[in-house]
Design a protein around this ligand. Sequence first.
Ligand SMILES: NC(=O)c1ccc[n+]([C@@H]2O[C@H](COP(=O)([O-])OP(=O)(O)OC[C@H]3O[C@@H](n4cnc5c(N)ncnc54)[C@H](O)[C@@H]3O)[C@@H](O)[C@H]2O)c1
Ligand SMILES: [Zn+2]
Ligand SMILES: [Zn+2]
Length: 368
Amino acid sequence: MKVRAAVLEAFGEPLVVQDVELAEPRSGEVLVRLVACGVCHTDLYTASGADPTGYAPCVLGHEGAGVVERVGDAVSLVRPGDHVITLFAPECGVCVHCRSDRTNRCIAIRDQQGLGHLPDGTTRLSRNGEPLRHFMGTSTFAEYTVMPEIALAKVNPEAPLDGCAPFACGLSTGIGAALYTAKVEPGSTCVVFGCGLVGLGAVIGARLGGAARIVAIDLSEERLAQARHHGATETRVAADDTVHWIKDETEGFGADYTFEATGSVAVMRQAVEAAREAWGLATMCGVAGKGETLEIVPRLLITGRRVAGSSFGGVKGRSQVPGLVDRWLAGEIDVDALISHRLPLEHVQRGFELMEEQNGIRSVISFG
Ligand SMILES: NC(=O)c1ccc[n+]([C@@H]2O[C@H](COP(=O)([O-])OP(=O)(O)OC[C@H]3O[C@@H](n4cnc5c(N)ncnc54)[C@H](O)[C@@H]3O)[C@@H](O)[C@H]2O)c1
Ligand SMILES: [Zn+2]
Ligand SMILES: [Zn+2]
């Protein structure tokens, strides 16, 4: 079938929205009709050419939500009509990592996904008879996509699908960092560095985890106001003395949990230094630039601080994303406040511009 899709033709060039060919789903695969797709930093990171693992041409997009249209052979996890959230981090349920409750790092289809292929080593996307590569196993800047069934989370059909899109990446990443990676304890003190979608997600996750104090740090007053809306109990504009200030506010000790959601290694270092002596846990969510490293004075670790990294918030996609969506429906998460712009696919490039201008929290593409 012919579908409209936003193609990354060359790094550093605007995406080109065009008709591409999408083949029918094969064994274990599913055809999804996209209803909404968030525009995330990772799409821009790859489009810019900064991502060392990026390739072009390909169809970008990974924050998708839609409806199952058709299924290939041997598909048992979803059926036509199901509402689904796309997962760049799949959950096969049987690999060594899926069987552990310590991680969401499913390895079932990783190698082919990294090459831009579906698990059988081929693509369903093509142009003029030439294969066109998938992106993050999702390629959701398109009216339809074909994905493995293990990379779809079936969610409550009452959840509006445009609000489901942020759960496919940024929002679940932040919430999960607090709930599943750090496992925030009730009554604790949390500090969140950076209040974009990921950091606001961490604020929300800290609140859901029962934190008593949630301190949000950002350069922008507007974003700090957002953080208060989602549950921050204190906010502060980032400055050179941020770590010192956090220590002062915590009787000299530092915070039980810190979260970094900026992508800056200087801020990652602050997150480690602001974590409490004895048991403080610093969780890194941001994606640093190519070749950058995080400097830590080892004494900070000997004296009990710990550092963790969190990909997709440690959320096991198929088993845990549906529960997060249910918490939204139960009124515990205000997703509407996080969606600032709705754009047609034709204006996907505007979504990147809005992100660079820090205009709003999340732009979501709505498919007509
Ligand atoms: N781990 C994952 O699976 C995953 C998933 C999605 C995004 N990310 C990454 O998470 C990071 C955050 O994503 P986002 O969409 O929320 O980004 P964003 O750009 O919307 O938000 C970043 C925020 O950090 C603030 N900031 C910048 N410098 C700061 C400083 N010195 N101190 C405090 N705040 C500062 C900015 O003002 C901004 O509000 C990015 O690096 C992104 O690539 C990771
Ligand atoms: Zn993303
Ligand atoms: Zn697995």
